[in-house]
Each structure stands twice: as C-alpha cells, then as structure tokens.
Design a protein around this ligand. Structure first.
Ligand code: NAI
Length: 397
C-alpha cells in the first residue's frame, strides 16, 4: 500500500515505516558523531522508549558512547485491518534492528506500563537479558489515561483556578485556532496527577527494588517541564504543572531509596519540543513555533536527541557529581530559558496572529518536525512507493 500522512486536528492517524527508520537512523548518526558518554550505564530500562525523549535517550545510550543494552516498554499499535499502526511501533522495530546490527541487545515490551503484569514482565526480562540488574531507569511516559485495579483516571490539560485563553496551530489545515480553556475541577487535577505524577514512577522503582533488580550505582530520571511565564497559565500553574510538582517530590523519596544502592533519582527539566504529546497542549504551539524561530537564529536549537546526548554527557555521566538547581532538578532547559532568548520570543509572540504566524514564526519547522515524528517529510524517502505492511506484523518484539 501507499501510505500518506493523515492528520486529524493535531493527532497523526498514519505513520510511514521507512520514514520512521530514517528518523531513528538520523538520531543514531547524531549520537555517534557527538561528544561521547564515558563510563555510562550498560543495562538500561526505558519506560516509554518508543518516541520523543524516551526513544532519544535509548538511542543516545546505545549509540552515543555507552553501548548500552536496553529494555523498553511502550504502548504502541502495530499494523492491522484497522490501520497502519503508530510511529512508535516502527521506531521500536527499527531501533532493535540497528541496535542488533551494532551487537547490542534491544528488547521491546509492548504493554501498559501502569499495570503490575507489565512490571512483572520487565523484571523477568531483566533476569533473562541483564543478569538480573539495571544501571539506569528512564521514566518517559506521556499518557492520557491510567487503568489500575479496576479504576480509570484520565489526565486533562487545563488551567487551575481561572480560565485561560490561548491559540493552537492546527496541523491538519495549517490554521490558527483560538480557544478558552475552563479551569479543571479538583477531581480532574487529582486524575492528572495520578496519570502524569510520580506515583507510577515510584511503583516501578519499588517493584525493581523488591525484585532485587537494582544494580550498584543505579540512577533513575523522569522528565519535566517548567517553561517561561508565557506558558505558565496552561502548564506550570495548570494540571500538568501539578503533576510535575508531584513528580519532583517523588524524585526526592526515590533518591533516598536509591542512595542505598549508591545511586540517585532526578527529575530532569527539558526544553519544549514537538512530540506527539506536546502538539496536543492547547496554547503551546505558537510558543514552540516562536521559540524555534529564535533558537534556530541564535544557533541554540535542540531536538530530543541533542537534549538527551547533552543530558548524559554533561549532567548524568562524564561528571564527578550530578549538577542540580536549588530544587534538586537537573536543568537542560537553560538555552530555552536564556533571558535574551525569552526576550525575543516574548516580542515575537506578541506580534503573532492568525494571518502572520506562518511568516513570522517557524511554523514550517514546527510542522516538519511533527511530520518527521510520524515518518513523513524526509527528502530521502520515496513516499510514492508501495510499502508491504504485512512485513511488519508482529516483527517489532
Ligand atoms: P511521547 O508521546 O513522544 O512518548 C511517550 C511514550 O510513552 C511513548 O513511548 C508511549 O508509547 C509511552 N506510553 C504512553 N502510555 C503508555 C502506557 N500506558 N504504557 C506504556 N507506555 C506508554 O512523549 P514525550 O513528549 O517524549 O514525553 C515524555 C516525557 O517528557 C513526559 O513526561 C513529558 O511530560 C516530558 N516532557 C516533554 C516535553 C515536550 O516538549 N515534549 C518537554 C519537557 C518534558
């Protein structure tokens, strides 16, 4: 079949296997040619390793100097009569191929990371492939829903207290769409914390401690976002910010637990980037398009792989101690929050409207990165060629 890009609002409905291969290949190329991770972890578990920061960390750790073997958990759909499947499915498939060609072990576990069954499956895989221990756990889930013991929680992206007006760049039709978000109820805040806060991260670390799967010096990281004042009403001061505050708190209790293994736990604050999750946040896309414009002009723009390679080579490894801020957070959002950068972004954002956002901001770059995430928009992939999708059925594990 010939696979075309189909976007529904800001959600991709199709993915191109060969474009996903190209996206993984390009990230590997970056990791191999960058400053290398020294004395990095050899046995890594990534929870949410099929796209975004999780995939980039997997690539950096395997190809960026550490030569890590990896187990990744993700929740992706393969091809079926219902559709071609998700980009993460093909990313898993091709990451495994490239890693195995390089002589590394790469295990893909498809399952619900929140469930005890998946945790037990991972413990078993650690026994089988890692001689029973891990050296690093990357927690990189972005989810809208959590099922647990018969309960269901849905995260919402809403402000807390006051309504917030913002605009979204609708990728389906390249339109600017204004909307006003009503404040979250107390139940919605709690549900978002349940899905995106630290509870499940802690459940993973507890499960791994109980099964004696934590190696000496083992570290764990989870990703967070703070951002500038422009995004605070919808992010930091909203439901997602509440969940991230919980995640930061959890990092402290996990740090105490991992101190028993000479290890540590850190929430890592990243830069705003286009991922499946962030394109979805109302009011966020004009900021990202403005940020990309300014950071590209300044030569400080980074994508997921650049962020992860920098994290491992300057913060988590290659250093005597892990540098943190006064809230014990690792900060790799420093280029984004640079005052000069923010001054220009704020000025640009103030000018943006529905008729000029394509000219003034980097909408083209924003859209291209979104297309790339789903395996589209690569010059060296022939999208007119038929893809034999049956080749990919059940092949990613
Ligand atoms: P993403 O959507 O690219 O990746 C999410 C991963 O979670 C995928 O591997 C997906 O399969 C997996 N996943 C989701 N639900 C699952 C489930 N129930 N079971 C197993 N796997 C599941 O997301 P992205 O953007 O890389 O986000 C990762 C983390 O980074 C999140 O905590 C996010 O808040 C944080 N972050 C994102 C930023 C951004 O601008 N994208 C900025 C700063 C932090």
């Amino acid at each position: 079949m010939i696979i075309k890009s189909v976007i529904d609002g800001v959600v991709a409905r199709t993915a191109h296997p060969l474009g996903c291969k190209e996206a993984v290949r390009q990230q590997i190329e970056y990791a191999e040619s960058s400053q290398q991770i020294v004395d990095g972890p050899m046995r890594v578990l990534i929870i949410g390793g099929s796209s975004g920061f999780g995939l980039a960390s997997r690539i950096a750790l395997t190809f960026g100097g550490s030569k890590a073997d990896t187990i990744s958990v993700s929740f992706e759909k393969g091809p079926s009569e219902k559709g071609v499947g998700t980009a993460g499915y093909y990313n898993n498939h091709y990451f495994k191929k490239f890693a195995e060609q390089a002589g590394r072990t790469a295990i893909n576990i498809q399952g619900d990371a929140f469930s005890p069954e998946t945790k037990a499956q991972v413990v078993e895989a650690i026994e089988t492939y890692f001689e029973g221990e891990v050296d690093l756990i990357v927690y990189s889930l972005a989810s809208g829903i959590r099922h647990d013991s018969g309960n269901v929680w849905r995260s919402v992206i809403k402000p807390i207290g006051e309504p917030v007006s913002g605009s979204t760049l609708v990728l389906e039709n390249d339109q600017w769409q204004d909307s006003t978000l009503t404040p979250a109820s107390a139940e919605e805040v709690d549900a978002t914390v349940k899905v995106m806060g630290g509870e499940d991260w802690e459940a993973w670390i507890d499960a791994l401690i109980n099964s004696e799967s934590i190696g000496s010096g083992c570290k764990t990281i989870a990703f967070s976002y703070i951002g500038p004042c422009a995004t605070h009403p919808i992010y930091l001061e909203g439901t997602l910010g509440a969940a991230k505050a919980d995640l930061h708190q959890t990092s402290h209790s996990l740090n105490l637990k991992l101190a028993n293994f000479d290890g540590g736990a850190y929430a890592t604050v990243c830069k705003a980037l286009v991922t499946k999750a962030s394109a979805y946040i109302p009011g966020f896309s004009p900021y990202i398009a403005a940020l990309f414009k300014v950071m590209k002009e300044q030569g400080t723009h980074e994508g997921c792989i650049e962020q992860m390679q920098r994290l491992f080579t300057t913060k988590l490894y290659n250093v005597d101690h892990v540098p943190v801020d006064n809230e014990r957070l690792i900060r790799i959002d420093n280029f984004e929050l640079d005052p000069e950068t923010q001054k220009e972004v704020t000025a640009l954002l103030a000018q943006l409207n529905e008729s000029n956002f394509m000219q003034l901001a980097d909408y083209e770059g924003f859209k291209r990165e979104f297309l790339n995430l789903n395996g589209f928009g690569f010059d060296n992939v022939d999208y007119t060629k038929k893809v034999d999708i049956d080749n990919y059925i059940s092949k990613s594990l």
